[in-house]
Write a protein that binds this ligand. Structure first.
Ligand SMILES: [Zn+2]
Length: 283
């Protein structure tokens, strides 16, 4: 079930933020509406919630001009097939680096279909390349902000200067843990936070997960990352990092993210649970 977590008009545009359910990783997606037209940023993860999102867009009566994908994690792009089916004339755009990540979908499907069954589609549309530095919605400027390595290697944030709005994708996780398994690079991520903080006055800051706020959303992610930088020194085992970050931030959502890794730990579940024969590890 989708939850409307924010709805506000500012600078002549309306911002509606819909969060997915917690079992579906509660990603935020944003509908920005003008008087006749609208754009969507991120499209939910599982099928039911993407369909609900399409209904919410229809309910506004606006013409959906485009959808944009912030980054190549399935909780943000997984709903593309449903959005495309509901709005066949609406193009979906992403930067080329994000498209390259989405092309890894068949590998990710192996993992996610096991966890979510029919909620995960077999085929994933490929977005069109997003080019240029800015777009517009009824004359309101929407700036595409290419981020340094942060939560993943390639990601785009969307800045609407006339409304003081930043749609950050997973550059920001508010009251939630962060996903470090792609990059494990808190230093570069902190640089990315400085970059968006320097964009100018921000009064609507939409994180990829968690409540919408102002610049305190940026500070909240910064605090978590500074702690992580201290805790996750080279050679500290993943389990020790996860436990210590859980101890320092006991009330944050998505503690599961602390345990996700790539490489020899086989993602979320261990090799034992998957029935991987011990001899494949040698010894
Ligand atoms: Zn996410």
């Amino acid at each position: 079930m989708l939850t409307t977590i924010y709805s506000q008009e500012r600078g002549g545009l309306r911002f509606d933020v819909f969060a997915g359910s917690e079992p579906a990783l509660s990603p935020n997606c944003v509908l920005i509406s003008g008087e006749r037209d609208a754009i969507l940023i991120d499209v939910q993860f599982v099928r039911d919630e993407a369909r609900e999102l399409a209904e919410r867009v229809r309910d506004t009566g606006r013409n959906l001009k485009a959808a944009y994908i912030t980054h190549a994690h399935p909780d943000h792009y997984g709903g593309m097939a449903e959005i495309q089916a509901a709005f066949p004339d609406t193009p979906i755009f992403a930067r080329q680096g994000v498209i390259d990540g989405i092309l890894e979908w068949p590998a990710k499907r192996l993992h996610w279909q096991e966890a979510y069954g029919d909620q995960i589609p077999d085929e994933m549309p490929v977005p069109r390349p997003l080019t240029g530095e800015r777009g517009s919605l009824e004359g309101h400027e929407v700036v595409f902000v290419d981020l340094p390595v942060a939560e993943t290697v390639h990601a785009t944030a969307f800045h609407v200067p006339g409304s003081g709005a930043l749609i950050a994708g997973d550059l920001l996780n508010h009251h939630s843990h962060c996903y470090m398994a792609d990059t494990n690079n808190p230093g570069s991520w902190l640089t990315a936070l400085d970059l968006v903080q320097a964009l100018g006055e921000l009064t609507i800051v939409v994180p990829g997960h968690g409540p919408v706020g102002g610049t305190e959303v940026i500070d909240d992610t910064r605090t978590w990352l500074q702690d992580y930088q201290e805790v996750a020194r080279p050679r500290v085992p993943v389990a020790d990092i996860a436990r210590e970050m859980g101890r320092r931030h006991p009330d944050r959502a998505l503690p599961m993210l602390l345990w996700l890794t790539r490489g020899p730990s086989f993602g979320l579940v261990g090799p034992k649970e998957l029935g991987v024969p011990p001899e494949v590890f040698g010894g």
